[in-house]
Each structure stands twice: as structure tokens, then as C-alpha cells.
Design a binder for this molecule. Structure first.
Ligand code: BGP
Length: 485
């Protein structure tokens, strides 16, 4: 039996998270190719327009950008590309133990199919890793965070195509060979259940390109599962001590009422939204409920003989997840709705919401940690949790984000209780280390960071970095190992 523990473990990984496509900018510098994050959602229309007018896709996108000044495009980020030294220094001075970031696939492989990586991309990340090492800041690296090469979508149809596995594997192995010496924790894909909720950015699958969208999404996920297993095999042989994790956007749900129908609905929602993905990656096989899911939706997965064994042999070492809110499950489809991460949620009358309508539920985090640990019993890592707010830089030149402190404090209290419950929680990286461009809305004004970045939704501003009140608060939390909150 495990020893009773009511404090955070000594080596607990406190930190914060980012993603390349939301911070780096420099989307067309030093040989970087276009990724799905660099273009608008409706880009197939843009491609058609470029072809019709015989101009480059880039020209079409630029014209569109100047027309649509309200939506500040992700591809300019917060210019981390030129500010990484300052940003990493600020995180280190805060006392962070771990910094989560992702590598931009197209900075290394501009179209995804090159055999040799772009030396300037490799050089950039060497500098980033060196900078982190200088401060003893542990990197937590997401190999792919919603920014697959656009070329792989246009020419290969995205992840529904099995050929993607080899391209991704080459990319991941380049990371292991170049940067493996620096990294203990890797995450194969950000929010792999994006195949259900964020299909274009996650898998590059488009409704326009298919007769059976549902099937293609599950096929894409199957290829990502295999890719994850195969790079686990590669990592294991190159760096036996390094850990590979899977990551999901955890959609925790309670029955909307005590009616048995809603309790049953909750089980089904949890299976389809979360466990379908984590069951395969953690347990190494498709869950028992998959056959009904495929039957009901007319899905026939294409699998090769070797797939079963690959999935079973190379499972993940830890389970990472993002947690922002919870929802309720109901058989009644007319139940009141509210906004949520990646998808609409059912409203829970007992919870308050953020400015963007996301339902705040700290106890749901303890619930989730227990739920996941009970199911899998492998180390858990919370790699995103935070509140988006339209922070205000006040006349004193500061940002008084007490609501963020409250949100994080309440969630950390619940993490501590989960540790006391016996859950093996190894780390916590809040979303986000620094303000960045929102993934869902492309806004700059939906801010999450401990560090304010002076830039508005139109991309105007000095890009100056300013520590918010939450910066100093979190510094103390880390310093006291979660005791002084
Ligand atoms: C997650 C993504 C992040 C991040 C976060 C907040 O789904 O992994 O990239 O952006 O959600 O979402 P948003 O930026 O839409 O507020």
C-alpha cells in the first residue's frame, strides 16, 4: 500500500504551458513552411481562389488578413521566436521547474515530407533547449500541437492517410536525435481527442474532401494511435529513461439530474469523449464499447495485422490532460447550453462561468484525477488549466488579476486533496506561461498568462512583457511547494 501523503511530492513539477503556433510568430521566416494553424479554417476556398486567380496561397491569405482585422491571426503569435530568451528568463525567475512548449513541425520539415530537417529550425530549438538548460528548467515537449504541415492536408488528406505515420515518425525521431539529451517528458499529440472536437487542427480532415467524415476522423485517430506507439518504441531504444505521454482534453461530466437515464448518458459521454482515446493509448487495445460505436455510425476502420500488437506493446508512460471546466450529461437535448473548450457544453446551474462562458469547477479536478487514476493507475500530469480573461493593464503599469489567482488557488487545493486521496500526480503546467493568441478564437484579448504581453487583437502593441500579480503569487506557490497558496 502507498504511504499516506498530504503534501505535494518533493520533486513535483510546477510550471506553465505554451504552444508553438500560439507564441512563436515568424511563421514564414528561416524556411518555415505553412501549417494548418497559419491559415484560416476555410482554407480550401482560399486554395481554390489562388488557383483561379493564378496567385500564391500566401497572397490570398494576406489579402484576407488585411480585410479581417478583427481576428488577429495566430501565425504572428507574440514573437517568441525573437523573445524566447526574455520569456524563458521570466519563467525561470518565477521559480518554474518545468516549461511546456511544442515544436513547430513545419519549422523543421516545411512540407512534412522532406528527408532532412531545415537546419535553421534545428538551430532555433537548440538555442531554446540551451536557454532552458541554463536555468535548469525541465522541458515538457509536445511534439505536435494543432499545427501539422498544410502540405500534408492538401496532398495527402491529413491523418486519415496511413502515410502520415512515416512522416510523423521521421519528424519525431529527428527531435529525439537532436534534442533527446535535454528531455525527460514528451507528449506525442496535444489533445488527441481533437479527432472528435477539433478535427481540422488535430487531424487535417476536411468535410469537403470526404464521403464519410465520421469514419475518416476515427481512421485518423487510429493512425495517430499507431504513430504514438511507434515513436514510443523509437524513444525507448534511444533514451530508455525518457517518458512518452498521451494527452486529452478531459471532458468531465456529471449526470444532469439523478434520473437513471442521465447517469447512463454520462457513462456514454465519458467513453466517447475521453476514454475511447485514453483506453487505446494507456491499455493498448480498443475498448469493448468501440464495436457498437463503429456499428452505429457505419464506421469500418482499416487496420493491418501488425496494428494490434504495436498498440499493445508500446503504451504510454504517463497520462497528461487539460482541464478547464466540467459539463453535465443529459438525455434531454434541449438542456440549456453554454460555451466550452472546443465544443459547446451543457449548463450546470451550480457552477459559475468565466467571461467566455466556461464553467469553473475546481472540485471537478479532484474528481477527474481520481477517476483517471482509478481507471489507469499510471502517473498523471495536468498540462493545461487556467482561466481566459480580458486582463486590464492599469494606470500603475500593473495587471491585478485576482480572479486568476482565485481560479488557480482553488484548483491547486483540489490537486492537493487528490494527492491525499492517493493519486499519483507528477506535475502541473498551467495554461499559460505567458499571454498568447487564443487557439479557439484567435484573439489576443483572451489572456491566460502570468506575464502580460502588450499587444491587441489587431496585432498592434510594443510586445512588452509585464509580470502580473499572479506571477508573484505563483512564484510563492512554487517556492513553498504548494503550501503557501
Ligand atoms: C486547449 C488548447 C490550447 C489552448 C486552450 C485554451 O484546447 O490545447 O492550445 O488554447 O485550449 O483555449 P482557447 O485559446 O480557445 O481559449
Amino acid at each position: 500500500m502507498k504511504n499516506y501523503q498530504n503534501t505535494f511530492p518533493e520533486n513535483f513539477l510546477w510550471g506553465a504551458a505554451t504552444a508553438a503556433c500560439q507564441i512563436e510568430g515568424a511563421y514564414d521566416l528561416d524556411g518555415k513552411g505553412l501549417s494548418v494553424a497559419d491559415v484560416a479554417m476555410r482554407f480550401t476556398k482560399d486554395v481554390a481562389r489562388a488557383e483561379r486567380k493564378n496567385i500564391s496561397l500566401e497572397q490570398v491569405l494576406q489579402a484576407k488578413e488585411s480585410r479581417d482585422s478583427k481576428k488577429y491571426p495566430k501565425r504572428h503569435g507574440i514573437d517568441f521566436y525573437h523573445h524566447f530568451k526574455e520569456d524563458i528568463r521570466l519563467c525561470a525567475e518565477m521559480g518554474m521547474k518545468v516549461f511546456r512548449f511544442s515544436i513547430s513541425w513545419t519549422r523543421l520539415f516545411p512540407t512534412g515530407i522532406e528527408e532532412i530537417p531545415n537546419p535553421k529550425g534545428v538551430q532555433f530549438y537548440h538555442e531554446v533547449f540551451e536557454e532552458l538548460a541554463k536555468y535548469n528548467l525541465e522541458p515538457l515537449v509536445t511534439i505536435n500541437h494543432f499545427d501539422m504541415p498544410l502540405h500534408l492536408v492538401l496532398e495527402y488528406g491529413g491523418w486519415k492517410n496511413r502515410e502520415l505515420i512515416a512522416f510523423y515518425r521521421r519528424y519525431a525521431n529527428t527531435l529525439f536525435d537532436e534534442f533527446g539529451q535535454y528531455v525527460n517528458y514528451w507528449i506525442a499529440f496535444n489533445e488527441i481527442n481533437g479527432a472528435k472536437f477539433n478535427v481540422f487542427f488535430s487531424t487535417g480532415t476536411l468535410r469537403e474532401n470526404t464521403d464519410n467524415y465520421g469514419e475518416d476522423c476515427y481512421q485518423a485517430a487510429h493512425h495517430q494511435f499507431l504513430a504514438s506507439s511507434l515513436i514510443k518504441k523509437d524513444l525507448q531504444s534511444k533514451y530508455p529513461k525518457a517518458k512518452l505521454g498521451c494527452m486529452v482534453a478531459k471532458f468531465t461530466s456529471y449526470p444532469a439530474t439523478a434520473e437513471p437515464e442521465n447517469a447512463m448518458q454520462m457513462i456514454l459521454d465519458e467513453q466517447l469523449n475521453n476514454f475511447y482515446f485514453t483506453d487505446v493509448l494507456v491499455r493498448g487495445e480498443y475498448p469493448y464499447y468501440a464495436s457498437k460505436l463503429f456499428h452505429d455510425n457505419g464506421i469500418q476502420l482499416k487496420m493491418e495485422e501488425e496494428d494490434v500488437e504495436i498498440l499493445k506493446t508500446y503504451t504510454v508512460d504517463f497520462l497528461a490532460f487539460s482541464y478547464y471546466m466540467s459539463s453535465v450529461s443529459s438525455y434531454d437535448e434541449t438542456i440549456e447550453k453554454t460555451a466550452g473548450n472546443l465544443t459547446e457544453m451543457n449548463k450546470n446551474p451550480y457552477l459559475k462561468s468565466s467571461e467566455w462562458g466556461w464553467q469553473i469547477d475546481p472540485i471537478g479536478l479532484r474528481y477527474t484525477l481520481n477517476q483517471l487514476y482509478e481507471r489507469y493507475q499510471i502517473p498523471l500530469f495536468i498540462v493545461e488549466n487556467g482561466i481566459g480573461a480580458d486582463d486590464c493593464l492599469t494606470e500603475d503599469g500593473k495587471v491585478h488579476d485576482t480572479y486568476r489567482i482565485d481560479y488557480l488557488r482553488q484548483h491547486i487545493q483540489q490537486m492537493k486533496l487528490a494527492i491525499e486521496d492517493g493519486v499519483d500526480l507528477i506535475g502541473y503546467t498551467t495554461w499559460s506561461a505567458i499571454d498568447l493568441v487564443s487557439s479557439g478564437t484567435s484573439e489576443m484579448s483572451k489572456r491566460y498568462g502570468f506575464i502580460y504581453v502588450e499587444q491587441d487583437d489587431n496585432g498592434n502593441g510594443s510586445l512588452k512583457r509585464i509580470a502580473k500579480d499572479s506571477y508573484y503569487w505563483y512564484k510563492n506557490v512554487i517556492f513553498s511547494n504548494g503550501e503557501d497558496i
